[in-house]
Each structure stands twice: as structure tokens, then as C-alpha cells.
Design a protein around this ligand. Structure first.
Ligand code: HMG
Ligand code: MG
Length: 308
């Protein structure tokens, strides 16, 4: 198996991680989370969503988060934009990349963005054209590619079909997403092999939620399939308000621990990520879902105790 020498990780914690929080998260905490992530070496940051605040109240402060973010050179900040209203707000906020988000099942499309798959593609068309015109990177997320909370099994052909339509809109990258974390390694290989016949592998990425504990295995299966772009979320935060019961994304700390163990560069500082993951978990009043993050934090405490 030939592994890549480097992977590209998009940190989605501030968006996917926080969108699902029931308790209000202050804009200050969101900005601090982004700042800490950038200090840990994050270069692709999915910061927030320009979506309807009636649908996702937690992202209602998107413009303020964007206005207050540090923007060091070389960092690409992305935001979710389901329609032109979202795109215009993203453009005004100075986003580098916009993310359109479609689904591989009709039921999830309807629940998440209130339209059919075909309608969503038509709604994304002007967003894609405007992104290309304004030279913003255009990414797509393709939800429920490994299973749907409403329809169950999702045919691989449906994933390939929607991925092809997103490619035709001119997407620079299409994230194949396991929204409810049900996929397993062999399925990941099958899905990526099939999609890669229509969309070049270097334009695909993996977005794995960890509901069934398969996310790290699925990252490895994706690497084996030739994928080198991944989304991950600090402390394993995350979930979709329209996919009840789904837990967070694969934790950034766990992905970085894996990659460094495989000798694959990430450009990220694991120790700083662990600090950030522990910090945001304290802020949210719960334990981090990152196994590596918790293990490293426990080892540090033990070492500090032994030294005292
Ligand atoms: P709708 O109700 O059909 O839209 O929602 P509408 O055009 O009728 O608008 C309704 C109201 O929202 C109007 O306000 C609009 O102005 C406003 P009112 O006139 O009633 O006061 N509105 C907006 N406000 C701000 N920004 C906007 C915007 N658009 C409309 N962009 C809509 C359709 C798509 C807007 C809605 O369904 C929506 O916002 N959905 C977003 C759902 C969402 O964010 N889900 C989570 C992200 S996806 C995800 O997590 C999956 C992912 O991680 C991958 C994976 O794991 O699968 C990416
Ligand atoms: Mg997600």
C-alpha cells in the first residue's frame, strides 16, 4: 500500500462541532477556539455557517465570528453556504472558500435543507457560478453517503450520481460524508472506488462521524483508497441537528496521532491540539471525545504528579 507523504486536514470543529450544541456558545469562545486552532497550525479552517438562524440558531453569529477571526497568511477560511443569501454574506465576510452541502438521499436533503436533491443542485448553481467568478474555492459536502437516518441504506450509485452533479457545478473538492457514522472500512473502499471513476481522487475528501466507533478505521480505509484530504473536529465535537443521535466527527487529535504514527505529515502541532481540545471540552462542560487527546492529557498529568 502506498501512503501519501502528507495529508490535508480541514478543521471543522468551530462549524460542525458547535452547530449542534444545545447550550449557547458565546462568540468569544468561538473566536478563541478558532484562534487556538490556528496557533496549532490549522491552515484550512471551517469557521461557521451562513445558514438560516431559524434552522441552526447556534450559527447565528457567523458574521461576527468572521469579523473577529485572526486571518494569518496561508490560512483558508471556509463557511457553509446553502444558497445565494449565504453566499453573499460569506463574500462580505471575506471567506476564502464556500461549502455547498447536498445529500445522497432525498429524505435527508429535505430535512436538512428543505428541498429535493434536484432542487438543491439548482439552488447551488448560482452559488457555484458566483464562487468561480469571485475566485473563491468551492467545496461540496455530500451527506449520508454511507447510510441515512431516514432511509437506511444508501445505494453507492446514488452517491456517485450526486457527486457527479456536484463535479459538474465546478467543485474543487467534494467531501464524502458519513453523517451518522455507520460506514465500515470495506464500504469506504467501495464508495471511494466508485466515486473516483467520476471525480478524480485528488478532489475527494473524507468526512467521518464516529457514532459507531469506525471513524479512524474509515480514515485508514480512505488513505488506502488514495484519499489524502480529511475533515476532522477538535475533541471529536460535532453532529448535525438534522441527524439525531449522530455523534461527533473523528477527532483531529486522533487523526493527527494516526498520521504522525504512519510517518505522514499534517503540519499540525499535536500538543497544541491536545491543549485546545481539552480547553474547549472544559468550556462546554464535558469530557473530550478524543481518545488520543485524553490519553496525552492523562500522561501529562501523571508526569506532572510524578515530578511534584
Ligand atoms: P427554507 O426555510 O426553505 O428557506 O430553508 P427560505 O428561503 O424560505 O428562508 C427561510 C428564512 O431563513 C427566511 O427568513 C430567510 O431569509 C432565511 P424570514 O424571511 O423567515 O425571516 N434564510 C437565511 N438566513 C441567513 N442565511 C441564509 C439564509 N437562507 C434563508 N443563508 C435553508 C432553507 C437552506 C435556508 C435552511 O434549510 C437551512 O438554513 N438549512 C441549514 C441546515 C444546516 O445548516 N445543517 C447543518 C449543516 S450540514 C451538516 O452538518 C453535514 C456536514 O457536516 C456533512 C455531514 O456530516 O454529512 C456538512
Ligand atoms: Mg458533519
Amino acid at each position: 500500500m502506498k501512503l501519501p507523504s502528507r495529508v490535508l486536514i480541514t478543521e471543522v470543529g468551530p462549524r460542525d462541532g458547535l452547530q449542534n450544541e444545545k447550550q449557547p456558545v458565546s462568540t468569544d469562545a468561538k473566536v478563541e477556539l478558532c484562534t487556538r486552532l490556528l496557533q496549532a497550525g490549522v491552515r484550512q479552517l471551517e469557521a461557521t455557517s451562513f445558514v438560516s438562524p431559524k434552522w441552526v440558531p447556534q450559527m447565528a453569529d457567523a458574521a461576527e465570528v468572521m469579523a473577529r477571526l485572526p486571518r494569518p497568511d496561508g490560512v483558508a477560511v471556509s463557511v457553509l453556504t446553502p444558497n445565494m443569501k449565504g453566499f453573499e454574506a460569506a463574500l462580505a465576510a471575506g471567506a476564502d472558500e464556500v461549502v455547498i452541502f447536498a445529500a445522497a438521499s432525498e429524505a435527508f436533503s429535505m430535512r436538512n435543507i428543505n428541498c429535493s436533491i434536484a432542487e438543491s443542485i439548482e439552488r447551488f448553481r448560482p452559488v457555484a457560478q458566483a464562487a468561480i467568478q469571485h475566485r473563491l474555492r468551492l467545496r461540496a459536502a455530500l451527506s449520508v453517503a454511507f447510510g441515512c437516518p431516514y432511509e437506511g441504506e444508501v445505494p453507492v450509485a446514488a452517491v456517485v450520481d450526486v457527486a457527479s452533479r456536484l463535479r459538474d457545478l465546478g467543485c474543487d473538492e467534494i467531501g464524502i460524508a458519513d453523517t451518522i457514522g455507520v460506514g465500515t472500512a470495506a464500504q469506504v473502499e467501495r464508495v471511494f472506488d466508485a466515486v473516483a471513476r467520476e471525480v478524480p481522487l485528488d478532489r475527494l475528501s473524507g468526512h467521518f462521524h464516529d457514532t459507531y466507533g469506525q471513524a479512524i478505521a474509515n480514515v485508514v480505509a480512505s488513505l488506502q483508497a488514495g484519499v489524502f484530504r480529511f475533515d476532522s473536529s477538535i475533541a471529536g465535537l460535532g453532529g448535525c441537528p438534522y441527524a439525531k443521535g449522530a455523534t461527533g466527527n473523528v477527532a483531529t487529535e486522533d487523526v493527527v496521532y494516526l498520521m504522525h504514527g504512519l510517518g505522514i505529515e499534517t503540519g499540525l502541532d499535536l500538543d497544541a491540539l491536545v491543549d485546545t481540545g481539552q480547553w474547549i471540552s472544559r468550556e462546554l462542560g464535558r469530557a473530550s471525545a478524543s481518545r488520543a487527546g485524553n490519553a496525552i492529557a492523562a500522561r501529562r498529568r501523571a508526569q506532572a504528579g510524578a515530578a511534584a
